[in-house]
Design a protein around this ligand. Structure first.
Ligand code: ARG
Length: 550
């Protein structure tokens, strides 16, 4: 609990007459107390013996009625045992405020995520991106930033020229109408098969791509038709995953600005021209990059330069976050370096890199050897959640889809983002702990206690040990959320909520909530209420639906 730590740090500063920061205060093992202050640093500043200073410090807290007991341990630790009720009052009071007492942040934040390429279904790898990006937008917004989430579609480049060529050559309007995504995807596969026989068609694809870029009517019309069909297709996935964007843009929107940016860079001598007419930029420590091809078309990286310029320069975002998997680490290093060379302040630009998601062989049905699309994964999650829930609860559940998708989200979010994930359905759907269903289940269990009680909780009497442990865990929530926001790391919240649920379940196991004497019952109900608030909010921040019942 930050407020409580802060108060303690202030008192220590005053009593010791040295600067004590809230980060100097530690959380010891529960049996040693609630907070510990190691005096070593202060002792060396004051030129005193640490053990002696610790004892003196402890003495100065004897009359403090927010503290129940102070003792000294080791070479110079002061251990504080707080007065439980006083502590609880402070925690609960802070939780009544906005954002559970978190001080609101200022700043305009852009969170870019999802970014599928058009004419292809999203595959399971995209699931991690979607889960991560969505959770980040929720967390950043919650701590007070002014957040804009953006889906930056991959909708430009030679591949769409190839698609147009393939559609004109082998496509069928009827098949397209019937199942646009499947048709576009099959054309893409067909084009590449054909390419093995006939290298010439590569050039044909490039010609159509150039036509799109020149604004040729037929080319643009087809391109727009494919783009729209892709967006309509993705929309269903987003709806199922419960994901919203503030705006949808795309690489295509950058083309004009990119050309201007490149021209200026060339004039200023930062960008160079090769003999064949292509443009590139040179770095000292990174591989050089080509920014414009010899035929005058822009490239993925150069479009990112314009995109960055627009966000930082025109729109004034303080933070510009790109949620993109680790294979593009070098891309972003180069893009940021190039932007710096061109004079843009990239200090707020961050590549939110994450590791890959691998599926053990045969774990997801892939129809006819197709890539495993997000849709397949969502269907399978729902189906397996239905079975697993029936097995565990010995009845049918009505919300298998929410449970299945929650399980997938938790499995993706509970691992810190730099790490790869080896996905396992058994782990993802476990009801025993560290899983989405376990979180949702603990949360609904608490809600059913409140429904049954049908009265309000109240802070009465003294806490028993198990109750106090739950209270302490609850008190950590705001710090964990702030940490998750600062580190751009939803795993901090996912893992915390999982530990909190464990704490709740052991509390529930050893403390009867209903039917004990009035005071005890009300006090325990109060804890259950706060647990519901915190776990509801925690699940929301992860984009996992908190359920009413399961
Ligand atoms: N559409 C790209 C891909 O699928 C990812 C775009 C990432 N964002 C960016 N600003 N470069 O690889």
């Amino acid at each position: 609990m930050k407020q409580v730590k802060k108060e303690l740090a202030e008192k220590l500063s005053e009593k010791l007459d040295v600067e004590v920061d809230l980060n100097d205060i530690e959380r010891p093992e529960p049996e040693h107390g609630d907070f510990a202050y190691p005096v070593m640093k202060a002792a060396s500043e004051l030129g005193e013996n640490p053990r002696k200073l610790a004892e003196e410090t402890a003495g100065k807290f004897e009359d403090d009625d927010t503290i129940q007991k102070v003792d000294v341990a080791g070479p110079g630790y002061v251990n504080f045992h707080l007065d439980n009720v006083n502590f609880a009052e402070k925690v609960f009071e802070a939780f009544e405020g906005d954002r559970f007492g978190i001080e609101g942040r200022d700043g305009k934040v852009l969170v870019e995520f999802s970014q599928p390429n058009m004419a292809k279904p999203m595959h399971v790898g995209h699931f991690r991106n979607n889960a991560l990006g969505d959770s980040l937008q929720r967390i950043m917004r919650f701590v007070g930033y002014d957040v804009t989430s953006e889906n930056y579609i991959g909708d430009w480049g030679t591949q769409y020229g190839k698609l147009i060529y393939a559609f004109k050559k082998f496509g069928s309007e009827e098949e397209f109408q019937e199942n646009p995504m499947e048709h576009m995807y099959s054309l893409y596969v067909k084009f590449h098969k054909e390419l093995e026989e006939d290298e010439e068609i590569e050039e044909k694809g490039r010609e159509w791509a150039a036509k799109i870029e020149e604004g040729n009517e037929e080319a643009v019309e087809l391109w727009e038709k494919f783009r729209e069909a892709s967006m309509n297709y993705h929309k269903r996935d987003y709806e199922r995953m419960g994901i919203d964007f503030d705006r949808v843009t795309g690489e295509s929107k950058m083309v004009e600005g990119t050309k201007k940016l490149l021209e200026e860079g060339l004039e200023r001598g930062i960008i160079e021209e090769d003999e064949d007419g292509s443009l590139y930029i040179e770095f000292d420590e990174l591989p050089d990059v080509i920014l414009q091809k010899d035929d005058g078309t822009t490239l993925y990286l150069s479009r990112d330069l314009e995109n960055l310029r627009k966000r930082i320069h025109d729109e004034g975002f303080d933070y510009n976050l790109y949620v993109v998997a680790s294979p593009q680490d070098l891309h972003f290093e180069q893009a940021f370096k190039a932007a710096e060379k061109l004079g843009y302040d990239t200090s707020g630009c961050e590549h939110i890199s994450y590791g890959l998601l691998s599926l053990p062989e045969g774990s997801m049905s892939s129809r006819e050897g197709r890539i495993v699309g997000i849709e397949d994964a969502l269907d399978e999650a729902e189906e397996r959640a239905r079975e697993k829930a029936a097995e565990n609860m010995e009845r049918e559940v009505g919300n298998a889809e929410a449970i299945g998708i929650g399980a997938l989200k938790y499995a993706n979010l509970s691992v810190s983002r730099s790490k790869d994930i080896e996905f396992s359905w058994d782990r993802a759907l476990s009801f025993e702990g560290n899983s989405g269903p376990y979180l949702q289940y603990s949360n609904t269990r608490a809600k059913s206690i409140l429904r049954e009680a049908d009265k309000k909780g109240e802070l009465l009497g003294k806490f028993e040990e198990e109750e106090y442990q739950l209270l302490k865990k609850l008190s950590e929530f705001p710090e964990k959320v702030e940490r998750a926001a600062d580190d751009r790391e939803p795993a901090k919240i996912a893992n915390y909520i999982s530990e909190l649920c464990e704490e709740f379940n052991s509390f529930y196991h050893s403390c009867k909530v209903l039917g004990d004497n009035e005071k005890t019952e009300k006090r325990r109900l109060r804890l259950v209420e706060v647990f519901v608030d915190v776990s509801d909010q925690g699940l929301e921040l992860l984009g996992i639906e908190p359920l009413k019942e399961m």
